[in-house]
Design a protein around this ligand. Structure first.
Ligand code: PEP
Ligand code: MN
Length: 463
């Protein structure tokens, strides 16, 4: 239920971080008016379905796999880039289903992940102070496009819709069709022990799929298509507000009309129709700030990044503000401390939540990427696969010790063969980073590294 003191623009009276200084307010107004007229990108029925899935993740009955680019560019709206990401997420989720023996819920950081928070509004490029790249929704990466252009807000809507349109088309046409053999390509895995483990997993997985085919169980709808929800950081509140609409809340899946054929009384809620799931970033989660104010009024499931700078007391204050009705799965806490810090910080955060009225109410999700970013001697932003894996493994252990459930992972990944993170089975070294480093923001796991991480999580569950 929306609080009576909330409205889609009540965030405007609160202090805001990371807000852009637009060069021309009249142009912003024009863009916002156009956005407000355009149809929703996603439907409340889908948002409610995702909330049901996340409830299962909170209860320990499902696992959430969320992944995609750090900064999605408009130019990633292209058939092969979209397909390779869908296929990678599907393949990873198969490994996770097999490993954890649970339903896997998939959310892409896709179809709208265009806005980036920055630590500084300017940066030095070729010796000159230049406005930072803030994501395609505001300015361009190339130096001569760094001026903020409010018309990009509308462009973001169109790229987001075109991307989601193709995701829907590809899924409904069988891109995730398991009747087709999958390419598991383990040729690059040099470590014999790992190779044996992964090959065993693939064998057992392909056996399972073959069995399902034999008994005809693969013809059920579930195996032909697969749900993939969309998400992005809800950073640019002008954009998010324009796509937030007061809409009828659909009945939860599985519920039916009553005896005289009528649906139960309808209720209207504010849905942010720009994506199914939105999260508040580490830099904008101030309790009294504009982002938390905006997020508390929308009916979507939402995430909050939690890190070394999150005071323990803030966690409960955030939950009470964002989820006063204590709906299980409404809030996902996305923890990102860094491999060296997770042991000293996560237990207190878990206890604060699990010893309160929010016990078993949140989805605990591990983002092993954002606490593990480093710069090489020559200034290239990278991450070590080992740090990423270590934070994830330590997080799994800590939840086990604390009696809580790690309900998901949040990864920066791409289906392309990039060389942005160090290590993994290909053993990428610093010298290899320049081979195919294409990220305009944070370094992503490539297809092999991402799949390897899925195997390692599966291995944790099976042992
Ligand atoms: C991100 O998810 O790309 C990001 C900026 O993360 P965080 O807010 O946790 O730093
Ligand atoms: Mn990032």
């Amino acid at each position: 239920m929306t609080a009576s003191d909330w409205s889609p623009d009540s965030w405007r009276s609160k202090p805001i971080k990371q807000a852009p200084s637009y060069p021309d307010e009249a142009l912003v107004k024009k863009s916002v008016e156009e956005l407000s007229r355009l149809p929703p990108v996603v439907h409340p029925k889908e948002i409610v379905a995702l909330k049901q899935h996340l409830r299962d993740c909170a209860k320990g009955e499902a696992f959430l796999l969320q992944g995609g680019d750090c900064a999605e560019l408009f130019s990633y709206c292209e058939q092969s880039a979209i397909e390779s990401k869908i296929k990678l997420l599907l393949q990873m989720s198969l490994v996770l289903i097999w490993g954890a023996d649970k339903k896997v819920v998939r959310i892409g950081r896709m179809a709208g992940q265009y806005a980036k928070p920055r630590s500084s509004p300017t940066e030095i490029v070729d010796g000159k102070e230049t406005p930072s790249f803030r994501g395609d929704i505001l300015n361009g990466f190339s130096v001569d496009e760094r001026e903020i252009d409010p018309q990009r807000l509308v462009k973001a809507y169109h790229y987001s819709s075109a991307t989601l349109n193709y995701i829907r088309a590809a899924l409904s046409s069988g891109i995730a069709d398991l009747h087709r053999p999958l390419d598991w390509g383990l040729g690059h895995v040099r470590d014999p022990e790992l190779k044996r483990k992964y090959s065993e997993a693939v064998l057992s997985l392909t056996d399972m799929l073959r069995f399902l085919r034999t008994i005809g169980a693969d013809r059920s709808e579930k195996l032909d298509t697969v749900d993939l929800f969309t998400s992005h950081e809800g950073l640019l509140l002008e954009y998010e507000q324009a796509l937030t609409r007061l809409l009828e809340t659909p009945p939860p899946p599985g519920s039916s009309a009553n005896l005289n054929g009528q649906s139960p009384a309808t209720m209207k809620e504010y849905y942010n129709t720009s994506a199914h799931f939105l999260w508040i970033g580490d830099r904008t989660r101030q309790i009294d700030g504009a982002h938390v104010e905006f997020f508390r009024g929308i009916a979507n499931p939402v995430g909050v990044k939690v890190g070394p700078t999150t005071p323990v007391d803030d966690l409960l204050a955030l939950l009470r503000t964002l989820n006063p009705d204590r709906e299980p799965g409404k809030v996902t806490l996305i923890t990102r401390y860094g491999a060296g810090k997770v042991r000293s910080l996560l237990p207190a955060h878990i206890r604060a939540v699990e010893d309160s009225e929010y016990r078993q109410c949140v989805v605990w999700q591990c983002d092993p990427m954002h606490g593990n970013t480093l710069s090489t001697g020559s200034g290239i932003k990278t991450r070590k696969f080992r740090d990423i894996f270590e934070e994830l493994q330590e997080t799994l252990r800590i939840h086990k010790e604390q009696g809580s459930y790690l309900g998901g992972v949040h990864l920066e990944l791409t289906g392309d063969a990039v060389t942005e993170c160090l290590g993994g089975s290909e053993n990428l070294a610093e010298d290899d980073l320049s081979t195919n480093y294409t990220s305009f923001c944070d370094p992503r796991l490539n297809e092999k590294q991402a799949l390897e991480l899925a195997f390692l999580i599966a291995d944790h569950y099976r042992n």
